[in-house]
Design a protein around this ligand. Structure first.
Ligand code: NAD
Ligand code: TDX
Length: 360
């Protein structure tokens, strides 16, 4: 039975990954979820797995080398999938320090703990041990020529404190692979959407605001382009890379699904109207008129676009979910989980929203 340490498993992608892995492997694997439970971590995301005998939750900070070391001492860990990070670009612009701490130093701590547990006295590594570092396409910077795409060979050119911290963490993983032959992979993925995404990100924020008849804030001219991928497709890609990919390689994961932000918001409005019953009072609230252009994000990257050629060729991964289907599934999930949304938007979220959007 393989043992996984999943960091950041109480967050958006991490919790989807844990669900995906238990659905796929059931009792063949054991997962230890290590999460600090910041504002973005929510154990409600894992309610249906928490009673499994092959699932353990450990509340710990990935920067805490003692706590992380103990997990590796007490368990024969076979795989690490490292999601834990501060992930929101707007927060990184307001408060970069915690991004450097968690994303850079936290990754270093995870690398050191895995290396200490997995390294043989002669400097080789125990058979079958693997570390996967989950990263982002934002490390490649912004594309201006519409014909260009991000490849694994594209030079790094991060612009926000978030992407700079993720780029730094990628370089640490690369350095461990080059220097120690540390058994790892890096995946750089495009924008994810789907269930359990915290409503600070464009898609869940738009769904939630539209259902409450609140403004739908669009930064700048709304023509920035992101490449959107359904989260389950990302989880599948991570697993395939770890099981079938070549060690020491980077794989880009993306959807060839580029859309302007304003287009995304229109699709959400149209899909919400289709999905809401005529008798539902929220239907009357959902309208294009809620769209509000606001001051642009500082240093706002114009376009991201992944060419997922390598992952398709080497491990057979491709984005399975069409955006129109994925967004419908996502909207239905939010309909069915109103209580989840109410919980995550109570308390500190109101203050966050006020700080980020009032007078913008
Ligand atoms: P998220 O913000 O939803 O979740 C992050 C999780 O990490 C939370 O559960 C949080 O509690 C935990 N965490 C934060 N700091 C921690 C610390 N110091 N110690 C332990 N746990 C800590 O993020 P997400 O959107 O699920 O992203 C997960 C990973 O995927 C990140 O590394 C991110 O850079 C990367 N990524 C995200 C996207 C995207 O579109 N969301 C795209 C590509 C890559
Ligand atoms: O209110 C908003 N209005 C708006 O116009 C918000 C929250 C966002 N936007 C724009 C900014 C971006 O161009 O929408 C686009 C998407 O924004 P986010 O959802 O904040 O995502 P992004 O900044 O692209 O980063 C995301 O994808 C890559 C994740 O947050 C990162 O963790 C991931 O690495």
């Amino acid at each position: 039975m393989r043992t996984y340490v999943v960091t950041g498993g109480a967050g958006f992608i991490g919790s989807n990954y844990i669900h995906y892995m238990f659905n796929k492997y059931n009792d063949e694997i054991r997962i230890i979820n290590v999460d600090k439970l910041t504002y973005a971590g929510n154990l409600e995301n894992l309610k249906d797995v928490e009673k499994r005998e092959n699932y353990t939750f450990v509340k710990a900070d990935v920067c805490d080398s003692e706590a992380i070391g103990k997990i590796f001492e007490e368990n024969d860990v076979d795989r690490v999938v490292h999601f834990a990070a501060e992930s929101h670009v707007d927060r990184s612009i307001k408060n970069p320090d915690v991004f450097v701490k968690t994303n850079v130093l936290g990754t270093l701590t995870m690398l050191n703990a895995a290396k200490a547990a997995w390294e043989n006295p002669d400097g080789t590594f125990k058979e079958g041990k693997k570390f996967l570092h989950v990263s982002t396409d934002e490390v490649y910077g912004s594309l201006s020529n519409p014909e260009d795409f991000f490849y694994e060979t594209t030079p790094y050119d991060p612009h926000s404190p978030y992407s700079a911290s993720k780029a730094s963490s990628d370089f640490l993983v690369k350095a461990y692979m080059d220097t120690y032959k540390f058994p790892a992979n890096i995946t750089n993925c495009s924008n994810n959407y789907g269930p359990y995404q915290f409503p600070e990100k464009l898609i869940p924020l738009t769904i939630n605001n539209a259902l409450h008849g609140k403004d739908l804030p669009i930064y700048g001219d709304g023509k920035n382009i992101r490449d959107w991928l359904y989260v389950e497709d990302h989880c599948k890609g991570i697993d395939l890379v770890q099981e079938k990919g070549r060690l020491f390689e980077t794989y880009n994961i993306g959807g060839h699904n580029e859309r302007e932000n304003i287009r995304i918001v229109h699709i959400i409005i149209d899909t919400l109207k289709e999905e809401l019953d005529d008798s539902d009072p929220r239907k009357a609230l959902v309208s294009d008129k809620l769209i509000k252009y606001v001051t642009d994000r500082k240093g706002h990257d114009r376009r991201y676009a992944i060419a997922p050629d390598k992952i398709r060729k080497e491990v057979g991964w491709y984005p399975e979910t069409k955006f129109e289907d994925g967004i419908r599934k996502t909207i239905r999930w939010y309909f069915d989980h109103q209580e989840w949304m109410d919980h995550v938007t109570s308390g500190n979220y109101q203050k966050y929203y006020e700080d980020m959007y009032s007078n913008r």
